[in-house]
Ligand binder design. Structure first.
Ligand SMILES: N[C@@H](CCC(=O)N[C@@H](CS)C(=O)NCC(=O)O)C(=O)O
Length: 206
């Protein structure tokens, strides 16, 4: 049984969980609830990932695999027959590049979240404003060329986009990301009924 250091509130972990469900690996991955915070490196996690980030996947032989992008590609290559990322060709690099952009969008969300949590007098509004601009630009790029049609295959970039949009609904409702992005909103509505999305929701309490 593989072991996944996991939290129900992490969009990076959620990508991995969506992949686990997409590939039918639920019975092969046990989740281990893990609390992390940038200001308090989790000592137990540092033993498996020096920088103490989640997710980390521990393989049956004890090998630690991270970060989320590597884990997702590992699962797809080893167990998924490369259904989520084409093994070669330009489309492979398009999928990986879009995935990287969505991850950068998520990292920007975390910058905003940390800044938002500070007392008002310490908050750097410029960072929040810049985060808002970056996230909007990332969403616009997804609106332009990221939202697949009902016929297009569900790729790893789509896994990432679904996790990110769900995360925006979870933490950044004020952004109203659907406004002015009908293609992305329509795509997300379709994706929402996938069992891999239904069964991996964010939960505030743990
Ligand atoms: N690039 C990493 C980012 C993971 C990440 O930032 N995880 C957050 C949780 S959402 C974390 O572990 N934060 C704890 C910390 O920064 O110490 C990945 O894709 O796995």
């Amino acid at each position: 049984m593989m072991k996944l250091y996991w939290s129900s509130r992490s969009p990076f972990v959620r990508k991995v969980m969506i992949v686990v469900h997409e590939l039918g690996l639920e019975d092969r991955v046990a989740t281990v609830r893990t609390l992390v915070h940038p200001a308090r490196p989790n000592a137990a996690m540092m033993a498996v990932h020096p920088i103490a980030k989640i997710p980390v996947l521990i393989l049956d032989d004890g090998t630690a695999v991270y970060d989320s992008r590597v884990i997702c590609e590992f699962l797809d290559a080893e167990f998924g027959g490369r259904t989520l990322v084409p093994g070669s060709g330009l489309e492979r690099w398009r999928v990986l590049t879009r995935h990287a952009m969505v991850d950068a969008l998520l990292e920007t969300c975390l910058v905003w979240l940390l800044e938002r949590a500070r007392p008002a007098e310490q908050r750097q509004d410029a960072l929040i404003d810049a985060s808002r601009v970056r996230i909007a630009a990332g969403l616009d790029a997804l609106e332009r060329d990221g939202a697949g049609t009902p016929e297009s295959p569900f790729t790893l970039a789509d896994v990432a986009a679904a996790s990110a949009l769900a995360y925006l609904d979870f933490r950044f409702g004020e952004l109203d990301w659907r406004a002015g992005r009908p293609a992305l909103a329509g795509w997300y509505d379709r994706v929402l009924s996938r069992p891999s999305i239904v069964n991996t929701g964010f939960v505030e309490t743990y």
